[in-house]
Ligand binder design. Structure first.
Ligand SMILES: [Zn+2]
Length: 161
């Protein structure tokens, strides 16, 4: 059994419906075919998928589990990532991270992605594959470079004064 199919067998019908709607298209053609065959096995067609998404009983669940706000699955993946998006925020925490970054100490944050529908719950580095967030990375990178220049100017002044 392939890895994708193995994963799909762990999903309930609702999760499988969200997976199909939001993630099917992100797979290679061959894998898409394999997934579609599996959907037939599970007796899921397009109209049933739409109905399952509308019905999703998990949206009414009120437990302590961390759930995806879109599909309400608790099958979410948390990765510790080196936080590169310094300079993007204005909070005190963000300022500290900026200075740590300059000092060569990495800051780690959680990147949290829904395994079922691919929704990004937390995206500290704004790596979410959307054209708008790419623009943010470029903007923040520019900001970061400006900050490094400022620091250099400060240390040069200290040196010569
Ligand atoms: Zn989800």
């Amino acid at each position: 059994m392939s890895r994708v199919k193995n994963f799909l067998t762990e999903l309930d019908d609702y999760e499988l419906a969200y997976f199909t709607k939001f993630k099917l298209q992100t797979y290679m053609k061959d894998t898409q075919l394999e997934i579609k065959e599996y959907l037939v096995e599970r007796n899921l067609n397009e109209s049933k998928i739409d109905r399952l998404i509308l019905e999703n009983p998990k949206s009414k669940l009120n437990d302590d589990r961390k759930r995806c706000p879109r599909c309400y699955s608790d099958k979410i993946r948390k990765d510790k990532v080196e936080w590169t998006n310094t300079g993007g925020g204005i909070g005190i925490g963000d300022e500290v991270a900026t200075w740590d970054g300059i000092g060569g100490r990495a800051t780690y944050k959680n990147e949290i992605i829904c395994n079922v529908c691919g929704y990004w719950l937390e995206d500290p580095n704004q790596e979410k594959p959307l054209p708008t967030s790419k623009k943010n990375i470029i903007r923040n990178l520019g900001f970061f470079i400006k900050r490094i220049k400022q620091v250099k100017t400060v240390s040069n002044n200290l040196f010569y004064s």
